[in-house]
Design a binder for this molecule. Structure first.
Ligand SMILES: NC(=O)C1=CN([C@@H]2O[C@H](COP(=O)(O)OP(=O)(O)OC[C@H]3O[C@@H](n4cnc5c(N)ncnc54)[C@H](OP(=O)(O)O)[C@@H]3O)[C@@H](O)[C@H]2O)C=CC1
Ligand SMILES: Nc1nc2c(ncn2[C@@H]2O[C@H](COP(=O)(O)O)[C@@H](O)[C@H]2O)c(=O)[nH]1
Length: 327
């Protein structure tokens, strides 16, 4: 790989504006058979999403992926979401009991709209086998498989039947994979996304490393259909993480899915915990994201997200913020 870069090394180049107001720009995206208000999905982590938030997101036209860390609740969750007329979007792992769970869904004729196979090293026979298992038992479910970081992996998972692949190994805010293993796309996630997107024939979800709303537009420019975000969604009023006061400031916890806090033990730990300053309401952040993305579309010279895919860019290695703080 040559010419690697990350989000803060890139600036997109404006094209002539074709709208009179940013409100004329449309941020909707289609994934599978459903359309969503934003090309953004909160990470399927226990301090980022819970049942209440899933209902809020689905009710308001946003995509969501429920986490897999309370497996016993998933059947009731799917039934509840579908009885409300909402999409059901869940996660699975690859252990033996997950095969039985998929079979149970098929027997009960419970068909989630989306299933995300949520594994650290998704380029593996275990994930390929799980894709095939889901597709043979519940073929109409849209399968998102990951996480991967190479074109070979994207092709193999697509060939096994995945409807979308999730790209990002190690760029997450609470990730320590890059430190503990020396592997991953941390530090060059945007370049890895471009590399993978060139090989993909189906949608890609860019996962991890988003630090500003502008990074969403950059992900789209480099081939993402959707962007999965943890840290930017952490710390809200509605976020499931525990709230506490630290040095007089209200904070909420955000921990990795492979951290000891999630696992309950110190085995194969590849995630950490941090405290995020309280950010107010998630609804306000979603609105701000939409407005910022509408603005991105206007700078791209179009009216829809697709306009961003074709803009020129420059690499300004590590210098965009010129030593300034982002906020
Ligand atoms: N996006 C990212 O960069 C990363 C994300 N995560 C998140 O952490 C959570 C836990 O992930 P994960 O550990 O995969 O899930 P699980 O703990 O459910 O492990 C799934 C299975 O895969 C095996 N496994 C895990 N890692 C590897 C590996 N590197 N090589 C071979 N087998 C492996 C496990 O066995 P065993 O434990 O015995 O090896 C287990 O049998 C997920 O939510 C995941 O998304 C974790 C790390 C990186
Ligand atoms: N290496 C690890 N990665 C993790 C862990 N838990 C979650 N994740 C990944 O991070 C993103 C969110 O990234 P952010 O930069 O937006 O905060 C999430 O979707 C997972 O892919 C972990 O314990 N270790």
């Amino acid at each position: 790989m040559e010419n690697v870069f990350d989000y803060e090394d890139i600036q997109l180049i404006p094209a002539k504006c074709v709208v009179n107001s940013r409100s004329q720009c449309d941020t909707t995206v289609t994934l599978g058979t459903h359309s969503f208000k934003l090309p953004v999905v909160p990470a399927n982590m226990q301090t980022i999403i819970d049942e209440k938030l899933a209902i809020y997101l689905a009710e308001n036209g946003y995509f969501y992926v429920m986490h897999r860390f309370e497996p016993e609740k998933r059947v009731a969750f799917i039934k509840d979401m579908q009885s409300r007329g909402h999409i059901a979007s869940i996660s699975v792992g690859v252990k033996e009991e997950e095969y039985t769970f998929v079979e149970q869904l098929a027997q009960e004729n419970l068909v989630p709209d989306y299933i995300t196979i949520d594994i650290a090293h998704g380029h593996s026979n275990a994930v390929i086998k799980m894709i095939e298992h889901i597709k043979s038992h519940i073929p109409s479910t849209f399968v998102i498989a990951g996480n991967v970081g190479t074109p070979e992996a994207v092709r193999e998972l697509e060939n096994a039947g995945a409807d979308a692949t999730k790209v990002g190994i190690g760029p997450g805010k609470v990730c320590i994979t890059k430190i503990k293993t020396g592997f991953g796309t941390g530090g060059w996630q945007l370049a890895a996304l471009r590399w993978c997107a060139k090989a993909a024939s189906k949608p890609i979800i860019a996962d991890g490393g988003i630090r500003t709303h502008g990074d969403i537009a950059k992900s789209i420019r480099f081939g993402a259909t959707m962007v999965m975000i943890g840290s930017l969604f952490a710390g809200h009023e509605e976020s499931p993480g525990e709230t506490m006061e630290i040095e007089g400031k209200l904070c909420k916890e955000y921990f990795g899915s492979a951290s000891e806090f999630q696992k309950g033990e110190k085995k194969n730990v590849e995630g950490k915990k941090m405290y995020v300053e309280h950010k107010g309401s998630l609804q306000d952040t979603l609105i701000e994201m939409e407005q910022d993305l509408q603005s991105s579309i206007s700078y791209a010279g179009g009216t829809k997200l697709d306009a961003i895919r074709n803009v020129d860019y420059v690499v300004v290695k590590n210098s965009i913020f010129n030593g300034d703080k982002v906020y």
